[in-house]
Design a protein around this ligand. Structure first.
Ligand code: TRP
Length: 447
């Protein structure tokens, strides 16, 4: 069964607050436990540079966000968890996509248009203060999504347009290079995940300055909660749950039974101070164990760095062979590469045959090597513990012959880890020649 790929990026320019936790982190971690899906979570630090010019802030935010996801239960063994800037194939793909993206498409991006409108209203040059990074934001985001061929991208409404642009751009590439390289992603809007209100009742957001901290001290959590704006009803007067931000916050953490009893005490006229205390205590029950993990993680950034490096290696096992294909599609090729469509064997006509040889190295491991007719080494395999394993893979390669896709897949198993991006086409061509030669010899023998 093919798993759905679900991908989420988090820009590393801020410190996660309670709204991020309820609206993004908590539901995403729940979704990552689905067995029928592969989840990708990444720290979008290149995106952070678009809005944040403070290097210390970007680094600190990357650490805080990584620690938050891990503390909240993300299991890096079960998902792909990586930092955008550790995957060089993402900026590389950004350029390939940039070259197929209509400038007019980017002119219509909401964030860019908002900047232009503000400038126009202020009588400034339309592009005043607009970096090319802001303008290119949707292309980088499309690369994030398309490099893993994600099916679904859970996002807030403000990001829907970006997903549509990723579809447009991916489709344009597919069309231009006449193959379905990219899966076209879909935005998934979480209808049942509450947008958490901030202390003033508007959506909780850093830009409104109404956030409640996630992992600061219990005292700071409590004081932010005590600052929640309420109406002026006195204790003893019945309170409305409808439209009450305090109630909405409580509901986001409580079980249905707890919510029902809070509704009852609202009707009975609980005082606001007491209601806030209950809210604080309820949130603290959920956060306290997570905060403990968060604090422990924050003291060991080297451990998080190791996890991110491991995550990048796992992710690059996908992105390296894929970018090799994409580069080839666009014509960024070695001069000896044949085009994928016309890989054929160069047999007969006096051309020397390619050679596939197995050998053992000083470390005791078994290797094989494929060279073309003039002795150029096309592939030197990784080392195998058992000769049988090396033999089976080299036989499978010959069997795959000129089938570039099959060869590419086998290369993932037999190329050394740092050479997974090896171009498959010349290898496939050499194997096709070997296969044809063996076939011819077998036929001659049968006669
Ligand atoms: N633009 C997203 C945001 O601000 C962050 C992001 C970057 C992202 N790349 C992504 C989200 C890819 C989903 C997929 O929220």
């Amino acid at each position: 069964m093919h798993k759905r790929r679900i991908l989420t990026g988090i820009t590393t320019s801020g410190t996660p607050h309670l709204g991020n936790y309820v609206g993004a982190v908590r539901p995403a971690i729940a979704a990552s436990r689905r067995e029928d899906a592969e989840s990708f979570y990444f720290l979008a630090d290149y995106h952070a540079l678009i809005k944040c010019g403070d290097p210390a802030r970007v680094q600190r935010s990357t650490l805080e966000i990584a620690a938050t996801w891990l503390a909240c239960g993300l299991d890096p063994d079960k998902v792909f968890f990586y930092r955008q800037s550790d995957i060089p194939e993402i900026p590389e793909l950004t350029w390939l996509l940039t070259c197929v993206t209509a400038k007019g498409l980017l002119n219509r991006a909401h964030a860019y248009k908002a900047a232009v409108d503000a400038n126009t209203a202020a009588g400034e040059d339309v592009d005043a203060g607009v970096s090319a990074g802001l303008y290119m934001y949707p292309v980088l985001m499309a690369a994030d999504i398309l490099i893993f061929n994600a099916h679904e991208v859970p996002v807030g409404r403000d990001q829907i347009q970006h997903i549509e642009m990723a579809r447009d751009i991916g489709q344009r590439f597919n069309h231009l290079y006449a193959e379905e390289y990219f899966t076209l992603p879909e935005a998934r809007i979480e209808e049942n995940v509450a947008t958490l209100p901030g202390t003033d009742g508007r959506k909780m957001s850093k830009s409104y300055n109404n956030t409640i901290p996630l992992f600061e001290s219990p005292a700071k959590l409590r004081s932010a909660i005590m600052g929640i704006v309420t109406d002026s009803r006195a204790p003893g007067e019945a309170k409305d749950t409808e439209g009450s931000n305090l109630f909405a916050l409580y509901q986001a953490f409580a079980t249905p039974a707890e919510t029902a009893s809070m509704r009852a005490v609202f009707a009975e006229g609980i005082g606001w101070g007491e209601a806030k205390q209950k809210l604080y205590e309820r949130i603290e029950i959920e956060l306290a164990p997570l905060r403990e993990r968060y604090d422990a993680l924050m003291t060991r950034p080297e451990r998080i760095e190791d996890l991110l490096q491991a995550g990048a290696a796992k992710a690059r096992a996908r992105t390296q062979p894929f970018i090799a294909r994409l580069r080839h599609a666009a014509g960024i090729r070695r001069l000896v590469d044949a085009s994928a469509a016309t890989v054929t064997a160069k047999v007969g006509a006096g051309a020397a045959l390619p050679q596939l040889k197995s050998y053992r190295e000083a470390d005791g491991k078994f290797h094989f090597k494929l060279s073309d007719g003039d002795g150029t080494v096309l592939l030197a395999s990784r080392g195998f513990d058992a000769p049988k394993e090396a033999g089976m893979l080299s036989a499978a390669l010959i069997e795959a012959g000129g089938d570039v896709e099959a060869v590419r897949a086998l290369l993932l198993d037999c190329a050394p880890a740092d050479e997974l991006a090896l171009p498959a086409e010349p290898i496939a061509a050499a194997l096709a020649a070997l296969k044809a030669d063996r076939l011819a010899k077998a036929q001659a023998k049968a006669r």
